[in-house]
Structure formats: structure tokens, C-alpha cells
Design a binder for this molecule. Structure first.
Ligand code: ADP
Ligand code: ZN
Ligand code: ZN
Length: 834
């Protein structure tokens, strides 16, 4: 599909194929009103009516002259844009994603467009023009009268009315008024995005002339406050020497500071000395100009950079395996600059938690206003601004999380996927269940752009492809400068507990190390991949364990919220005072999370400043930033947290890292659990000793002799990868096979199990020769009151059949859903699950 000139005979009736954000796998035909014949373009947004009630925003995917056969097409209500908001590249990419990840293009669009680019319809209320309050034979309640009174001067929205009447539900009131013929309800379509504006002040034209200014000062001689305002303005904006600066002016809020009087300014505006203008301003509060120069690459970094360029030349894709602190980011910066100088766009992908203010500031200082940031924590309006900035060429460079693959690039030259092994690149729910690293590869092909994957612990998949010669492999084994990789040691928790040398969850070894570290005013990071106080509570007498009423999991105890909470659905309960089955008061906690560690730390190190960083402490906007800021400034001695502490942090004084519960990470029942545990431990270890002093890492485990740990101690990534790759080959897991996971969901356990069995049977018959595992209950077999069953297909890496297999799976799903009692069974496909 391509945008471009379309030539239809003048006067012909046009139809548009629209992509709509609905999970129905087809395009929808609408008729183009003749008035729009000249204006309509592929990639524009159109407003249409869908069904009887809904107003939706669609995107024009094709324009033609064939009316639909089965039905009469409805008219497009309006076109929203002068030019396209979606580029030809995006159409291709979104179509590919829909095909590959087994969902509809509408679902891809729905995930792709920030909701600020979609429309909402808001219900509006107006007075019925034929309604005469005085002649009406009906009685009106007091509230109704108030509303009628207000509607006489204005149309109001539902939310206006709710506010006006101070009532939450106004539905029955409106129904009553409507039945009495007093009001009319209608839908008003609204664009959600509103540009942000700010009030600026500037001198009126008259006073940009020197002579007039001089006489103004004479007039103001007796009005020192007003004089001060004018003087301050001339100081900020040197109008006499640079008159062009006056047209921009200064923001009113920043101008009114110190002893500048607000009322004097207002008087001056009234007297037409100043004028006030409304200016559209960006929502991003960064300093705009680039202020820093990039560093000079070290000799080793330069060699790596050149090897990457060679990989780009030969394979188009390079994998940079560089240990933590080797300067990967500096190499990226160098490559990004070159690509931008060559005139192309650059996309730099980072996992959600690695995209911290630290890295953003580092990049912003170098790339200034050419750089856009796309983060899921941003508001919709902010995201729309980045989207439009890319479209209009303002942002040549975007650093962002996985969803930035959706942005409207049309000329990418370089895509960097940092921490390429990170599982947060995969979207689990809802569709499209895509993997941003893999999508980035497809984008690379589309745009003829180079792709760079980087990590200190690359995924087995990427190593494998590099080994096969598909990617150029570049290895950087040394940290930058004096820094060395940290020393890694183990605390044997089994022994410590036997000898009673531990204190709570802390080994004596770790306690001693923490003490020494904070005594030297150095910092400590402690990693426990579990939030809350303890993941389970149990009655010591009858073994009762509180479980979620909606999910098949135990409730996590959160001490500071005095509650037990389900981490899957949010259900909460108070902590029982006694066991509900045997009335025993002996209730104990089992296992531990970050909250409990924090509590024990406070007991052991009462003088130390301790901060906790996990989902619970970073919910508020800026919560994450504040914690990191305080850590960076040295206010905090010990930072304890979940995965959030493992990535991307680059601090001078962290010389000790502690890892808790390593065993649990390793033994999670999943074929990737060893790989995950290894990556996490290596990543968090990489936070220690990033400058002059050699850092130390203590790993607490019951089994220090586990083979995985020997790779960890020796920082032996290739050895680990080789070992694991063998395993994968033996069990026919990726990278040797491709996986498609099928999840069957239904509130009724029987229906769920029956459908899973049917699905299995159908696959066996129709796709003989394909390995299928299951059906079986996943680790958590019920979430939000839906029972789950999964099937797993293992498919040889032979591209030819993949499309065919997916088509058959789709058909099997449809056939099951056509059976009456299984109509509401949900069948979810996950291609390349992680
Ligand atoms: P990585 O991304 O591989 O973990 P970074 O790029 O964060 O490593 O580099 C680690 C630290 O070393 C950073 O503080 C970085 O600024 C510094 N650094 C790396 N290379 C250079 C260089 N060539 N000149 C000066 N400082 C460097
Ligand atoms: Zn009990
Ligand atoms: Zn739950």
C-alpha cells in the first residue's frame, strides 16, 4: 500500500477502506462525501459512525470507486487531518505485525495510535427548541429546574451537568427530562489532544522604538514599580539591540519573580505598553539546546565501533556484547551522531525501567531539541506531541520504550535495541503480542536501516543468530578506564541457618560487608525480585493459607498497607486476627519481599539511610526519579529494590551489591529461568564498582555449587550460553524451534478444559508432524475468575510452513468458537512467547 497521488475521474463517487480499532479482521468500507473528494488521502484519520451509537476514528487505508455489494456504505462524517498521520511504512509494518502475531490490523492500530489521536464521543445535552417551560404540563423537580435554567444559556456535557448538580449519576434525571420533552441528547465528537499553551508577554510594537521607550521612562519616573517591570523586561529581552527578540517575548510566569509586581504588569498591559499572547509550548520541560560534546572513544571502543560498522556493511545487523560499564552507551552516541549527520532518523529502544532520567539527561545534553522521548509514563498529550514531532521532522531521533516502534518514521537509518535480552520488549496483553526487538529487525529491512543489538548478557537467540553469521558479532570485554569487573562471592544460606549465624534473611557475610561499605561512605544496592512484605501467610497449626478469591495464587502480605493483596488482580483483604479455620492466633509469614528486607535493614543499621524502590514506592509521578536522585546525591546509603535496581544505573559510589533468593529465580518452572536468573544477576552485579575501586557482589543461595554460578563468578557469558544452547537443542526449544502458545480462557473450568482438549485433538489431526505440548494448566491456572489452559506448539525454523500453520490455528479457533456453548471461550495466540 502506498500513499501518493490518486487520480480518479472528477465527479466519480469515492469509497474509502477504513481500519477501525475493533477486533474484527477486515477493513470497513465508507463512502466519501463529494466535498471531500479532493481532500481525502491514505493515512488520514476519518470520523465515522459504527453501528448505531458509536463514533469511532478510523484511518484511511485505501480509496477506490467500487461500492460494497452487500450493503449500502455509510458516509464518512469528517476528515480530521490535512495530511496523513500514518505513513506508508507504518501501513506495511502494522500489516506485518497483524499477520505475524495473529491479530487484526485494527488491533495493531489501536495499540499504535496514542489515544490522544483517537476521538472520543462525549454525550451532550441541549434544551429542546420546541420546549416552553411555562406551558409544560409536567412538574419539574428542583434539580430539573436548575438544569433547565442553565441549559437556556448553554449546551452542557454529561460531566458538566454532574459537576453542576454535584451528583455522580445523572442518568435518571436526564431520562426524566427527555421523556418530558425538555431536552435533547446528542453525541459530540471531541479531539482528545489539546496543545499546551502558555501566556507570554512582550512590548507592543510602539515601544520597540527607542524614542518611544525613552519617553515612556520619563512618564514612569514617578511610578517605580512599573518602571522596574519595564527595566526587568529589557534586561531579559534586549529589545534595543535585538528588536527581533521582542516578538517571542517571555513567559509571564517566569517573568513574575522576586519583587516584580503582578499588578504593575497588569496596569502596563492595560495601558498598552505590554501585550499578552498565547503561545503553544512543548510539554517537555527539558533544556532545549545541546550543551555537551560527546566523549572521545577509547582505543578499544573505537575498534568495536569499527567492527559494528563492518557488521552493518556485511549483514546489516550487529550484536554488541559489551560487559557492564564498557561504554556501550558512548558507542551508541557516536553512531547516532553519524546517522543523524547523514540525514536519517534514529530510533534508540530501551526497556521501560532503563529509560530513566539519568540516560535521558545524558542524551539530551548531546542531542538537544532534535531528540524526542517516548515513555509509557507520559501522558497522552505528550505522546501525541512526540508522534507529530516525528511526522513533521522535528524529532530526528527518538529514545523510547517498546511502543516507539509504532511511531511514524519514514527514513530510519539506524535502530539501536539496548538490553536486547530484556523481556519487557515483549507485549503480553493485549494484542498485538509483539516483541519490539524482532519488530525492529523488520523495520530495519523496510527502511534499509542498520540495526544494532546491545547487551552485557545477550539472549541465546541473538547469540545463535550471530553464530550462524546472520549478525556481525562485536565483543567488548573490558570496562572503561580503570574500572574492573566486580568480585563475586556466595553466602551459603543453608550453612548459615544451620549454624545460626544469619540474622533474619541476612547472612553474616552480607551484614559484615554492608557495615564496612557504609562505614566508608560508599553505597549498597540490594536486589530481591519480589515486592511486598511476604508472598505468603500461613497458620502454624492447621497450615491454612489465604488465597485470592479471583485467582489461583496466595495473597501477598503488605505490611505498611496492613493488607494482603493479589498481585494479579489487585484484590485485597485485611490480615486476619486469627485463623478462620482453626481460630489459632499463631499466624506466620513465609518468604520475604523488599518490604521485609527494608524492615530488617532498619533494625540492623539504625543509622543508615535506606530507600526502597519497587512498584509500590514508585507509583506516583516522579517517585522513581526522586529515589534515584537522592541515591545519586549520596543521601541514601542503601537502596533495596526489585528489577528496577538492576538496569542502566551508573553511579560512582556503589561498591557492594547483594542478591537475595537467587535459588527461587533459577527454579521457576520455565525453560528460560536459568537464562533469566543469569542475566539478572549479571546485570545487577554490573552496578558495582563502575569507577576506580573494584566492586563486590554477594549472592545468597542454598546451593553455591550450582553449575550456573561458576559461569557467574567468572563473568563467563559465552560459556553459559554454550551450556544452555545445548539444553535448548536437546529439548527442541528456541532458538532451534519457534513457539506458538495457545491459551484457552473461560470462567467455567469444564468448558475451558474441554476446549483445550478439542484444540489439541484438532491440531493433531490437521497439523500432523508438528510437536504439540499440553494441554495443561499454567503455573497460575486461574486469573480474574477465568480458568486457563495452555498448549504449546514447537515448530521447526522453516519459514515456509509458518503462515500455513497460523492459518490452520486460526481456523481451529474459529470452529471452536462457532459451537454454541463455546462461543464465549477466549482463545489467545501468542507467537514467540517469552
Ligand atoms: P555501559 O552502557 O556499557 O554500561 P557506559 O556507556 O554507561 O557503559 O559507560 C560507563 C561509564 O564510563 C559512564 O559513566 C561513561 O560516561 C564512562 N565512559 C565510557 N566510555 C568513556 C570514554 N570514552 N570517555 C569518557 N568516559 C567514558
Ligand atoms: Zn489454622
Ligand atoms: Zn487475584
Amino acid at each position: 500500500m502506498a500513499t501518493g497521488e490518486l487520480n480518479f475521474e472528477s465527479g466519480s463517487t469515492l469509497f474509502a477502506e477504513l481500519i477501525l480499532p475493533v477486533p474484527i479482521p477486515k477493513l470497513f468500507t465508507y463512502r466519501v462525501p463529494a466535498a471531500f473528494n479532493e481532500k481525502v488521502k491514505i493515512g488520514q484519520r476519518a470520523i465515522i459512525q459504527f453501528g448505531h451509537k458509536k463514533i469511532l476514528t478510523g484511518v484511511v487505508a485505501a480509496i477506490h470507486t467500487q461500492p460494497p455489494k452487500e450493503y449500502e456504505a455509510k458516509y464518512i462524517l469528517d476528515l480530521l487531518d490535512e495530511s496523513e498521520v500514518v505513513t506508508a511504512y507504518q501501513f506495511m509494518l502494522y500489516q506485518w505485525m497483524a499477520d505475524y502475531y495473529m491479530c487484526t490490523v485494527g488491533e495493531v492500530f489501536s495499540a499504535a495510535l496514542p489515544s490522544g489521536l483517537k476521538l472520543s464521543s462525549e454525550s451532550m445535552v441541549q434544551l429542546n427548541p420546541s420546549f416552553r417551560p411555562d406551558d409544560s404540563s409536567f412538574d419539574f423537580s428542583e434539580k430539573e429546574q436548575v438544569l433547565i435554567h442553565h441549559l437556556q444559556s448553554d449546551t452542557l456535557s454529561y460531566s458538566d451537568i454532574a459537576k453542576l448538580l454535584g451528583a455522580k449519576t445523572i442518568y435518571s434525571l436526564l431520562k426524566s427530562l427527555s421523556s418530558k420533552g425538555a431536552i435533547i441528547l446528542y453525541e459530540q465528537v471531541k479531539e482528545k489532544y489539546r496543545p499546551k499553551t502558555e501566556k507570554y508577554i512582550r512590548l507592543t510594537d510602539e515601544y520597540t522604538i527607542k524614542k518611544n521607550l525613552e519617553s515612556l521612562f520619563e512618564e514612569l519616573a514617578a511610578k517605580p514599580k512599573q518602571e522596574a517591570v519595564v527595566l526587568k523586561y529589557l534586561q531579559d529581552v534586549p529589545v534595543l539591540t535585538h528588536s527581533e527578540l521582542n516578538s517571542k517575548g517571555v513567559a509571564r510566569t517566569t517573568f513574575i519573580k522576586g519583587d516584580i509586581s503582578e499588578s504593575s504588569l497588569s496596569t502596563l498591559i492595560k495601558n498598552k505598553v505590554f501585550e499578552e499572547v498565547e503561545v503553544i509550548v512543548p510539554r517537555f520541560g527539558f533544556a532545549d539546546e545541546a550543551t555537551d560534546h560527546p566523549v572521545l572513544l577509547s582505543e578499544k571502543q573505537e575498534i568495536s565501533r569499527n567492527e559494528i560498522l563492518a557488521g552493518f556493511e556485511n549483514q546489516g545487523i550487529a550484536l554488541l556484547h559489551g560487559v557492564t560499564g564498557s561504554g556501550k552507551t558512548e558507542i551508541y552516541i557516536d553512531l547516532i551522531r553519524k546517522a543523524l549527520e547523514g540525514g536519517s532518523q534514529v530510533l534508540y529502544l530501551l526497556p521501560e525501567i532503563a529509560l530513566s532520567t539519568q540516560i535521558v539527561h545524558r542524551l539530551k545534553k548531546i542531542f538537544g531539541s532534535a531528540m524526542g522521548v517516548y515513555h509509557s509514563k507520559f501522558s497522552d498529550s505528550e505522546r501525541v506531541e512526540v508522534w507529530n514531532g516525528v511526522l513533521q521532522g522535528k524529532f530526528k531521533f527518538v529514545v523510547g520504550v517498546r511502543s516507539s516502534v509504532f511511531l511514524p518514521f519514514d527514513n530510519l537509518g539506524l535502530i539501536i535495541v539496548d538490553e536486547e535480552h530484556d523481556s519487557s520488549y515483549k507485549q503480553y496483553d493485549p494484542a498485538p503480542r509483539y516483541h519490539a526487538r524482532d519488530v525492529a529487525m523488520v523495520m530495519g529491512k523496510q527502511h534499509h536501516a542498520k540495526v544494532l543489538l546491545g547487551s552485557a548478557t545477550p539472549s541465546l537467540e541473538s547469540f545463535y543468530h550471530a553464530g550462524q553469521g546472520h549478525y556481525g558479532l562485536v565483543v567488548l570485554t573490558d570496562r572503561f578506564g580503570e574500572a574492573q569487573l566486580p568480585d563475586i562471592r556466595f553466602a551459603n544460606m543453608l550453612l548459615e541457618k544451620k549454624r545460626k549465624t544469619n540474622k533474619g534473611e541476612f547472612s553474616s557475610l552480607l551484614l559484615k560487608e554492608i557495615m564496612e561499605t557504609i562505614a566508608l561512605k560508599e553505597q549498597v544496592i540490594l536486589f530481591q525480585n519480589r515486592r511486598g512484605y511476604s508472598p505468603m501467610i500461613q497458620c502454624q497449626d492447621c497450615a491454612w493459607i489465604p488465597k485470592c478469591i479471583n485467582c489461583a495464587v496466595s495473597l501477598t502480605y503488605h505490611q505498611y498497607r496492613h493488607a494482603m493483596i493479589c498481585h494479579y488482580c489487585g484484590y485485597r483483604e485485611e490480615l486476619p486476627k486469627e485463623c478462620p479455620t482453626c481460630s489459632s492466633k499463631r499466624i506466620q509469614t513465609l518468604g520475604y519481599g523488599t518490604e521485609k528486607l527494608e524492615e530488617e535493614l532498619k533494625l540492623n543499621f539504625p543509622e543508615a539511610i535506606i530507600q526502597r524502590m519497587d512498584l509500590d514506592t514508585t507509583r506516583t509521578k516522579g517517585g522513581y526519579e526522586t529515589i534515584l536522585q537522592e541515591f545519586e546525591n549520596g543521601k541514601t546509603d542503601i537502596l533495596v529494590g526489585t528489577q528496577m535496581v538492576t538496569k542502566g544505573l551508573d553511579f560512582d559510589r556503589v561498591n557492594l551489591v547483594g542478591v537475595f533468593d537467587a535459588d527461587r529465580m533459577m527454579h521457576f518452572p520455565d525453560f528460560r529461568s536459568h537464562e533469566r536468573a543469569f542475566q539478572l544477576i549479571m546485570q545487577v552485579s554490573g552496578r558495582a564498582g563502575r569507577r576506580v575501586k573494584k566492586g563486590r557482589v554477594i549472592i545468597q543461595t542454598s546451593n553455591p555449587d550450582h553449575p550456573l554460578f561458576s559461569f557467574v563468578v567468572n563473568h563467563d557469558v559465552p560459556g553459559f550460553v554454550k551450556d544452555q544452547t545445548n539444553d535448548r537443542q536437546i529439548h527442541f526449544y528456541p532458538p532451534f524451534s519457534r513457539l506458538i502458545e495457545i491459551t484457552i480462557k473461560h470462567p467455567d473450568r469444564n468448558a475451558c478444559h474441554t476446549c483445550a482438549a478439542r484444540f489439541f485433538e484438532a491440531v493433531r489431526v490437521r497439523l500432523s508432524g508438528i510437536k504439540i505440548m499440553g494441554p495443561g494448566e499454567p503455573v497460575i491456572s486461574k486469573i480474574r475468575n477465568e480458568y486457563l489452559m495452555t498448549l504449546l506448539l514447537k515448530i521447526a525454523r522453516d519459514r515456509g510452513r509458518l503462515g500455513e500453520i497460523k492459518a490452520v490455528l486460526g481456523e481451529i479457533g474459529d470452529q471452536i468458537n462457532q459451537v454454541k456453548e463455546f462461543r464465549s471461550v477466549r482463545i489467545v495466540f501468542d507467537v514467540d512467547p517469552v
